[in-house]
Ligand binder design. Structure first.
Ligand SMILES: [Zn+2]
Length: 149
């Protein structure tokens, strides 16, 4: 029993190491990043790794290899909207409101009912839960089959 805990801890570390791989970076770049982090404590970067991961993620989004950061902030059932925060590379970020009514879902940002915001919104667990709640109450929910086309 005494050895169980440390062993589990070690196992956990080993599992974590499998999820990471290392790359070598030019010293000059690393120095520039570290200097930037030191001089800009409000930038939100706590470490070199933090910065590098964010930089790579943004570049992948830029190339279309990763979708843009798009996160649900709030869903207001009474006012029938879901509020998202979206950040694209080189942008400061903006909010996206997706409205849902009895018979439609509409993105206020694109003024569209089939943009990727709408497609993402209807997949959000909280939005699905709300639609299910309405169904159970016998209320109308929008027909979203057109989104599959
Ligand atoms: Zn949209």
């Amino acid at each position: 029993m005494v050895f169980k805990h440390p062993y589990q801890k070690l196992q956990h570390v080993c599992d974590m190491r499998k999820e990471y791989r290392g790359v070598s970076l030019p010293k000059e770049l690393v120095d520039t990043i570290e200097e930037y982090i030191k001089k800009n404590p409000t930038s939100g970067y706590k470490s070199l790794a933090d910065f590098v991961i964010d930089a790579i993620r943004l570049r992948l989004q830029d190339l279309g290899a990763l979708p843009p950061s798009f996160t649900l902030m709030h869903i207001n059932v009474n006012d029938n909207y879901a509020l998202f925060w979206e950040k694209k590379p080189g942008e400061r970020g903006h909010t996206v409101m997706v409205y849902f009514s009895e018979d439609s879902v509409r993105c206020g940002y694109c003024d569209s009912n089939r943009c990727y915001h709408v497609k993402q919104a209807v997949k959000e667990p909280d939005v699905i839960k709300e639609f299910e709640r309405r169904k159970k109450l016998g209320l109308k929910i929008p027909d979203l089959s057109y989104l599959e086309e």
